[in-house]
Ligand binder design. Structure first.
Ligand code: CU
Length: 124
């Protein structure tokens, strides 16, 4: 069995595990870094959003809005290597103090779509 064959089998097993997840729950935001509603010192370099269910990153997105209402550039949404229910998004520039809004929309492994938003503040 070569390495390609091995990774195919691993992917198939992972897929089976994902679809064995409970179907009665939808993916809602469980917690985030920076925390929902928090005020922190210093600018975060990335947003981390942990959901109640595993996420399909290809159909999910996160956007960040500045205190002035402008869109802040962010990187590609990726699933955390250790947790398929957690998304990581890099922030494209150093954030200045103020209150930011994070909008998220995700598709969970049960194919259901959910969305929401929250704020966090960077202290002056
Ligand atoms: Cu659901």
């Amino acid at each position: 069995m070569n390495i390609l064959r091995l990774s195919f089998v691993a992917a198939a097993l992972a897929g089976a595990a994902l679809f064995a997840a409970p179907v009665w729950a939808h993916a809602f935001l469980d917690h985030a870094v920076p925390s929902v509603g928090s005020t922190s010192q210093g600018a975060p370099r990335q947003l981390v959003l942990s959901f109640t269910q595993n996420i399909v990153p290809a159909f999910s997105g996160v956007s960040l809005t500045s205190p002035a209402g402008a869109s802040v550039p962010t990187g590609k949404v990726v699933v955390a290597p250790s947790d398929p229910a957690t998304l990581q998004v890099s922030i494209g520039r150093t954030l200045s103090p103020g209150t930011y809004v994070v909008h998220w929309h995700v598709v969970s492994v049960d194919t259901h779509h959910t969305s929401g938003s929250y704020k966090f503040t960077i202290a002056p």
